[in-house]
Design a protein around this ligand. Sequence first.
Ligand code: ADP
Ligand code: MG
Length: 312
Amino acid sequence: MISVRNLVKYYGPTLAVNNVSFEIEKGTVVGFLGPNGAGKSTTVRIITCYLSPTSGSVQVENHDVLTDSLEVRKRIGYLPENAPLYLDMNVVDYLKFVQKMRVQESSENGRRIKIVVERCGLGDVLHKNIGELSKGYRQRVGLAQALVHNPDILILDEPTVGLDPNQIIEIRDLIRELGREKTIILCSHILPEVEATCNRVLIINEGKIVADGTPAELQASFEGKTRISIQIKVNVDSFRDHIAQLNGIDRVLSSRPLGENLLEIEIEAVKGFDPRENIFNLCKADNAVLLEMKREETSLEDIFRKLTRKEE
Ligand code: ADP
Ligand code: MG
């Protein structure tokens, strides 16, 4: 378990992390989501013992980052924002070198490198210098170095930045696969990435945690009034009034002609009410042909924007 309590970090006068607390259970894949400058990297640098906090505490499996940092580091694999790779080393030598720094000599080590190489799809580039590799392959080497000591916890800071769409999908698949057996913290400012890979989301903004839950929980707690838009073919002029008076309708937001007798109407329902059946029955009664009915739900993206937008 990772336990962060009242964490505060100042860089000189800049408050980067402002009293952050959270706990992460073993086996969870957590998306640590926030706009640039929110404090994600600073928080994970403290968890990984690269920075010390101004105040507050962090414990990893009951080991404190300040007093017991070796034990903490043994348990964590970390891919920083800019993976620190030695460009003049070849892939396999680099991985062996990193492993040697982290764990004692053992007959297991060679096997572990093989597993990691296979996992990260590095078989074809083992003897290439890292400097010759594409950004996608370098990122895989970065992931591989985070895995060579077989840590239970993996912390990945924006692992897909700068990759092309195919490479992004590959890395996301890999993260999802690793998530079956490891606790993962994935820092990202990209929502679909977090939605695709994580079972819990922590949203941070201006150094503070502003939301915490599963994607479904966040959606449920932010669910506002349901919006429904319909496209209909109708001859009855008063259809708009009829719909406004319908049980469960709060107001008609807009009504737009799309062609002859063709209308697009946007409606807001009373909170917690699903008026779709009533709308359908009204269409039947008014002889309107219902061409389309769409219910718009709050997306994680709406929530993220709402929570992290700067007030104008
Ligand atoms: P994120 O990873 O969410 O983009 P960071 O943790 O990198 O956010 O940054 C949080 C805040 O701390 C920002 O205002 C950033 O400018 C500031 N900051 C980050 N690193 C340093 C540093 N080494 N020195 C001074 N300020 C920093
Ligand atoms: Mg960052």
